[in-house]
Design a protein around this ligand. Sequence first.
Ligand SMILES: [Zn+2]
Length: 158
Amino acid sequence: MINKPEKIIVHHSAFLQDREQLAQINQWHKEREFPQSRSGYYVGYHYLISRGGIVTRTKDDDEEGAHTRGENFSSLGVCMEGHFNQQTPTAIQEQILGKLLVELCEVHRLPYIAIYPHRRFSNTACYGNKLNANYAVIVCLKEKISQLTAELHKMLAL
Ligand SMILES: [Zn+2]
């Protein structure tokens, strides 16, 4: 079955470790028997953003997710590494999240209000209780405003 993204669901990895978590998360999700993606990952999310701001696309956007029960054929899963009950995203991680969300909303023609924390759909604290319900939407809007401001400055400089 094909995934048709109508929303973006943002997660945290709930794992405190500053170095890249991709290999560890891949191993955990393999042990939980999550399906392997076309690109060879078992990671249940579509995108993973490290503490250092590195984005890994672990599934194509049209592949079934394994991150939010009931939403895995109608959403994109974006996971930020870290445990946001205990820490907050790094500045670079937040900036990269904003860029990724703006891009995904444009590619899939999604409104910014279609960005949700995992806990909106499941009995979980995910993306962590240090981040409020609108955190990801606001990060996305701030990035869009900064892109528009840069464009405006370019126009005005002509
Ligand atoms: Zn989650």
